[in-house]
Design a protein around this ligand. Sequence first.
Ligand code: NAP
Length: 258
Amino acid sequence: MFDLTNKNVIVTGATKGIGYGIAAVFATAGANVAVAARSLHDLDTAVAGLDGLGSGKVIGVSVDVADPRSCQAMAAAAVDAFGGIDVLCANAGIFPEAPLATMTPDDLATVLDVNVKGTVYSVQACLDALTRSGAGRVILTSSITGPVTGFPGWSHYGASKAAQLGFMRTAAIELAPKRITVNAILPGNILTEGLQEMGEDYIAGMARSIPAGTLGTPEDIGHLAAFLASDEARYLTGQSIVVDGGQILPESLDALAG
Ligand code: NAP
């Protein structure tokens, strides 16, 4: 475990799923963690669950990442509570199904607003504080879906997750002189509450497509985020790292048979 004591961290979309796993790993490693999402009720529950895991503070901050002013208020709240921001985990994302034949302009706009614009607004809002940090870190949660793979019904989502990587590469160049690194994690199928609700048969079917034979956990993503946030990762920027138990590797079903 990397020692993240005294690191001030914002994790967007941290009330559930992968974001909560990232927040739990950071809190356990001693960081001060701002848990950010829209639902106030879920924020209270998440803060109660994370409080006391480590030596740092945990606060809840209400944010809609699709709204730039809301992102500015999120960054201000973290600076007020902790004195600064060292790490932004821009993780909030949505994945409503919309087959191409029936996708509406609203379907497309909503996914791009949250997943793409929300990423950019979150980074912009934290930029001054990350610069003051002197060792700022931006960690994006992208996906294998879009940058590497596809899944029918999620073309707009795949486009949004690939767009995050295009943003990342230029942001990494622009922010390198400020000693800020920008990297992306590409999770495969991660066992979140949402997936658990799909039932055991569904999960078992997914697990069969993964060489590791099992889905990942939110903490698997959190551990990579902790490394990317650490002092040891200072020279790593503009990279996308797949965490998927080998899911993208098989060339065919036969490759999994043995
Ligand atoms: P999740 O369980 O549905 O949680 C989504 C989180 O984002 C919640 O905290 C939600 O809280 C928040 N959120 C949604 N819209 C928001 C908005 N406009 N502003 C602020 N917060 C918002 O999702 P997840 O499965 O953990 O996915 C998290 C990230 O991982 C996403 O970027 C997703 O694309 C990526 N990912 C997931 C998987 C997977 O297998 N689960 C795989 C690859 C990539 P509120 O609704 O209260 O705002």
